[in-house]
Structure formats: C-alpha cells, structure tokens
Design a protein around this ligand. Structure first.
Ligand code: TRP
Length: 337
C-alpha cells in the first residue's frame, strides 16, 4: 500500500526553540516511517514581514540544519527550501484567482500580524504578500497533493482555506486535488517561561524562550528564573508556570520524576527548586545529542547545501507534475514543461 503524504512547513525564524521542537518538530521526526513526508523551510513566507536579506539567507540554512539535527532523515523524507521550488509561486498566482478577497479578509493571522507591524505612524507598511500569505500556504500543501498537514491551532484557519481552494478548484476545473486534512497527533504546547500565559515565542524576547541548541548553563539559568506562581496560594490548582514545567518534564518523557513531583504537589510539599532542577536536567539531557549532531553537520556546510539542493530537486519533480496538470485544466499552454 502506498503511504499517505504529509506536508508541513516552518518559517526560517532563526534557531529552533523547545516550543517548536515539542510542539511540532519532534512529531515530524516521529511520523517519518508511517507517512511519505515532505517538509519545507518557507523563506518566501518570511518575506511578508519586514526582514533583513542577509538574515533571511542565514536563517533559512540554519533552519534546515536544525531540522536535520533534530532527526529529519533525508533517506526517508524530502526537506526542501521553498524558493528553490519556484512552482510554489506559480501555483500561488493561479490560486490567487481561485481564492476570494472576502475569505482572505477573514484570516485572523493577517489581522494579528498587520497589527504587530510597528506603527511608525507614517511608515506603517503592510505588504500585499502578508494578505495573500495563506494562498502561498495553500500552494505549499496542494502542490504536493498532500493528504495530511500536522498543524497547530493557530494554523487551522489557513488549512481550512487550503481545503476550500482545493474543493473550489476541483469544482471549477475538474477533480484533481485531494482535500488536505489536519493530522492530529499528541504534541506539547510549551508556554513562555517569563509569561506562562503566552505560547513560547522568540518574538516575546530572550528570557521567554529556550533555544533547542542553547548552552547548558544558559538553559539552567533560564529554567531557574522561570515564573512559577505569583505569590498567593491557589489551593490545589496549578499555576500556569508550574503546569508549564510539569508539561516540559512530561514532554522529555521523564515519567518517574514527573509522577513523584506530582505527588509532592498534591500533598502540598512541592519545592519549586526541585521542580526546576528536574526540568533543567531533562532539557539538558534531551538537547545534548541534538547539539552534537548539529555540530557534526556544520563541519560540512557545502555538503549540507548540496543535500538541500538535491532534496529541493526531488520536491521540484513532484511540483512540476502538479503544475502540468493544473495548467492543462486551467487553460494555460503546456508546451515545454
Ligand atoms: N504558516 C505556517 C506557520 O507560520 C508555515 C507554513 C507555510 C505552513 N506553509 C505551510 C505550515 C504549509 C503547514 C503547511 O507556522
């Protein structure tokens, strides 16, 4: 039986943090045998917000290296760089004419991100790319005719739009695209250490996240200063900060210490110092081998670039087939493809 295809992508935001890892990447690694996996680093998406060209190029390679270090296996999966598969942008144009202005206007991420762009009163610039961002995302998914997309809550609306585009395309031009469905797997949502009511994110600032490849000392320091509770006793309910540390221990699969600490908590005997120590130890243990793998990979930068070119070439082959069929269906010339 042929395997179903899974597609997912990540923006090149710089070094992966433990929230990315436990919330998504670890799962990407785990499902590589069960599915035909295609993963992408979406540099074109990163251009929708103000950015620095030099950083974009650096971060794109960095993200690809990080994914390989985490265990994305080029023998099993395709790992591509989005801009190296130009068919994505071509399909985006075609989809721009299938998606409606109205549905794009309802995308909550567009509203959130356009508000994030600093209001320098006169200089507030919101690119049209930010508006059509979800159409490019639909092209990422549909160009590989993916069956499943592992996504978090924040991307559900975009996936729904991708499904709508697929259905509308099929109705208008003929049945071609499978409807991509969310792949629901158990992942851990990691919250900010300094403000555990918010999801861990680099944009919140240095003390809010832990980089997956951060030095041991720095990991320990950040865990030590993690917000636990706000002072007042809360009876038996766990404060968000404490819950976050418990979740991290669980995400690191430290079942025994987890249960012991939980028992302490339930008996009102938990010492935050112990909780933090166990958390820090678990994180250091999990991240150590990944760091070593990354250092190993970085010894051969030219080799990495060649690997990414080759894998993007594989992605291009699939993308070309799709575009050929799409052009046939939509009335565009298909000579010389
Ligand atoms: N928009 C996604 C994010 O910010 C990244 C992304 C781009 C993506 N294309 C995709 C995710 C296709 C899944 C499938 O996280």
């Amino acid at each position: 039986m042929t395997k179903k295809r899974v597609l997912s992508c990540i923006q090149p935001t710089g070094e992966i943090h433990i929230g990315n890892y436990f919330g998504a990447i670890k799962n990407w690694v785990n499902i590589q045998d069960r599915y035909d996996c295609v993963y992408g680093v979406v540099d074109l998406h990163a251009m929708t917000m103000p950015y620095d060209p030099h950083m974009l190029r650096e971060n794109t390679i960095q993200m690809a290296v990080d994914l390989l270090a985490c265990g994305i296996d080029p023998e099993k999966s395709i790992l591509f760089i989005q801009s190296l598969v130009p068919q994505h942008t071509e399909l985006t144009w075609i989809f721009n004419c299938v998606a409606s202005y109205g549905e794009l206007s309802r995308m909550t991420q567009f509203k959130d991100k356009s508000e994030q762009i600093e209001d320098g009163s006169k200089n507030k610039f919101i690119s049209a790319g930010l508006f059509t961002y979800p159409v490019l995302q639909a092209a990422d998914i549909l160009i590989y005719r993916a069956n499943f997309v592992p996504v978090g809550k924040d991307q559900e609306q975009h996936l729904e739009l991708s499904r709508n585009i697929a259905v509308r395309f099929n109705n208008q031009f003929g049945e071609y695209f499978p409807e991509p469905k969310p792949l629901l797997t158990e992942t851990s949502k990691v919250m900010s250490l300094a403000d555990p009511t918010k999801k861990m994110s680099k944009s919140l600032g240095e003390k809010h996240y832990i980089g997956l490849f951060e030095e041991e000392n720095s990991i320990r320091k950040k865990v030590k200063s993690a917000v636990t509770d706000t002072g007042e006793s809360q009876g038996n309910s766990m404060s968000p900060g404490v819950e976050n540390l418990f979740n991290l221990i669980k995400a690191c699969e430290k079942q025994e210490p987890y249960e012991q600490l939980l028992k302490d908590f339930n008996q009102g005997q938990l010492r935050y110092k112990d909780l933090k120590e166990v958390t820090a130890d678990a994180l250091v243990e999990i991240t150590q081998p990944l760091k070593e793998k990354k250092n190993e990979l970085l010894k051969d930068k030219a080799g990495i670039e060649k690997l990414l070119d080759d894998l993007s070439g594989k992605a291009r082959e699939i993308a070309k087939e799709t575009l050929f069929e799409v052009k046939k269906l939509t009335g565009l010339p298909v000579r010389n493809l």
